[in-house]
Design a protein around this ligand. Structure first.
Ligand SMILES: NC(=O)C1=CN([C@@H]2O[C@H](COP(=O)(O)OP(=O)(O)OC[C@H]3O[C@@H](n4cnc5c(N)ncnc54)[C@H](O)[C@@H]3O)[C@@H](O)[C@H]2O)C=CC1
Ligand SMILES: O=C(O)[C@H]1O[C@H](OP(=O)(O)OP(=O)(O)OC[C@H]2O[C@@H](n3ccc(=O)[nH]c3=O)[C@H](O)[C@@H]2O)[C@H](O)[C@@H](O)[C@@H]1O
Length: 436
């Protein structure tokens, strides 16, 4: 099949490459000239495991093409919209990129082509797209919703072998086009109407976010009653009705999707006069959770004026260079506003945009250099590179012994043997010095 993918970000690029790997002819179209130039030279504009090799493979087979404009006289069976849907002022999804893409596609797609959204869009967007196409005199295009469920860091595997495919369609021919497009993927398929498909995407992200905020609340209570949240999670997860995933307590969820999609769903509910009380609480808990290292540091130092704090991890999770809504950036901004001197270290992120700073902050790639003369350290992102440090060397490098493990991946005993003091989330504090 001939497929156009509009938007070559974390979703569009991986989607386009994976369809090319499945044997389709794919055009990846993006308005960002730098991205397209890099991709045309075989250079990935994002960090994602395996992406460089996949670009090389499908480019050498002539299966993928990159362009800033819509190709003329090129056949196309389906166009996928994978542009951004960032949060607007009240948390609602800003659909300007989506409708810009729709307007452009309306000028270029031949009659009968399927136009499907991969972007996460509010319920009712497919209907709005259909109305927009009618205004533009394009009632001859099919509209569908094919939400994307990939995770950054395992995006290629998630795309080639998804846990499920959701086809939100209104006609047998749209369903047929999507089935041909995804043939080769051995995944369960749910066929439904577009509004239901759009809701499945938001409901899934909101539910996962709810699990995370729930376990974080449990963690905070564990600290106060002397229980161990890691074991609580294991114990809960052994029940197949609960399952073990998304029960890792920590600094809460970040990234380009959970924070924005939870707020967008609260907003969607509001537009139909429904107060999504539970999800509002999930969002609030997440925001509060991010601040736990700040409060712990304030109790340890009393004042943070001039205190040097090293933040380990700037990406919102390991395996990606994405810093959107990363807890590290929030924490850095708050520490700086309390007078602390913040150092950042991450294996792949090179600079960080921290609120209140007029230029991006540098991010070191050398963890030992970043810890030299630090008064305290906070692990925010659980990159493997931070798990097995030479702790005696770390102790000798640092000016103070205080560590906060925001992801519960460090062994308190090992750090204590090296003379460090470790505080983490949801465990009884071993050192009397650390108040909960
Ligand atoms: N990042 C993720 O892990 C996932 C994201 N999603 C959803 O997928 C959508 C895209 O997300 P990302 O790929 O992360 O965004 P992104 O910001 O990385 O990429 C969006 C791309 O679209 C391009 N673009 C914007 N308007 C355009 C237009 N009119 N024509 C051509 N190109 C245009 C931008 O230049 C950019 O390269 C969002 O709705 C997001 O919620 C869904 C599942 C996973
Ligand atoms: O819509 C999206 O964009 C995507 O959002 C998430 O994927 P992603 O944001 O890449 O990352 P996750 O692995 O889900 O982690 C999200 C955040 O939750 C945090 N998390 C995750 C799991 C957990 O147990 N605890 C926890 O705090 C992570 O640290 C991270 O900050 C979903 O998992 C994908 O299915 C979805 O497609």
């Amino acid at each position: 099949m001939d497929i156009w993918v509009v938007g070559t970000g974390y979703v569009g690029l991986v989607t386009g490459l994976c369809f090319a790997k499945l044997g389709h002819q794919v055009w990846c179209i993006d308005q960002d000239k730098n991205k397209i130039e890099a991709l045309s030279r075989g250079v990935a504009p994002i960090f994602e495991p395996g992406i460089g090799e996949l670009i090389a493979q499908v480019q050498s087979q002539g299966k993928v093409h990159f362009s800033t404009s819509f190709p003329a006289s090129v056949p196309v069976d389906a166009a996928l919209i994978a542009v951004g849907t960032p949060p607007g002022r009240d948390g609602e999804a800003d659909l300007s990129q989506v409708f810009n893409a729709v307007d452009n596609l309306a000028l270029h797609l031949p009659a009968g082509t399927l136009l499907a959204t991969k972007s996460t869009v509010p319920v009712g967007t497919a209907a709005r797209i259909r109305r927009r196409l009618l205004e533009l005199g394009r009632s001859d295009l099919e509209v569908a919703s094919v939400p994307e469920f990939l995770r950054e860091g395992s995006a290629i595997e998630d795309t080639l072998t998804p846990h499920r495919l959701v086809f939100g369609v209104q006609s047998a021919s749209a369903q047929n086009t999507l089935e041909r497009m995804h043939s080769g993927m051995n995944s369960p398929v749910l066929v439904c109407d577009p509004a239901t498909a759009e809701m499945i995407k938001y409901a899934s992200n909101a539910f996962l976010a709810t699990k995370i905020s729930f376990v974080n609340e449990i963690a905070n209570i564990c600290e106060r009653v002397g229980a161990d949240v890691s074991q609580v999670s294991v114990g809960m997860g052994l029940d197949p009705r609960i399952g073990p995933s998304f029960l890792r307590a920590g600094l809460g969820y970040g990234g380009s999707c959970f924070p924005k999609d939870t707020r967008a769903l609260v907003n969607i509910a509001g537009t139909v006069n429904y107060d999504f009380t539970l999800l509002r609480a999930v969002v609030e808990v997440n925001q509060r959770q991010r601040m736990s290292p700040l409060y712990r540091l304030l109790r340890w130092f009393e004042s943070l004026e001039g205190v040097v704090v090293t933040i380990l991890g700037v990406a919102f999770k390991p395996g990606t260079d994405d810093t959107r809504e990363s807890p590290a950036l929030d924490l850095a901004a708050h520490l700086i506003s309390h007078g602390a001197r913040v150092r950042l270290v991450d294996p792949v992120v090179k600079t960080a945009h921290v609120a209140g700073q007029n230029k991006p902050l540098p991010v070191s790639q050398d963890v030992y250099e970043a810890l030299l003369d630090a008064d305290a350290a906070v692990l925010v992102t659980e990159w493997d590179a931070f798990r097995n440090l030479d702790w005696t060397h770390v102790k000798n490098l640092m000016r103070g012994p205080f560590w906060f493990d925001g992801r519960n991946v460090l062994d308190p005993e090992v750090l204590e043997q090296a003379g460090l003091v470790l505080s983490n989330i949801g465990h009884k504090t071993r050192s009397q010095k650390i108040p909960v």
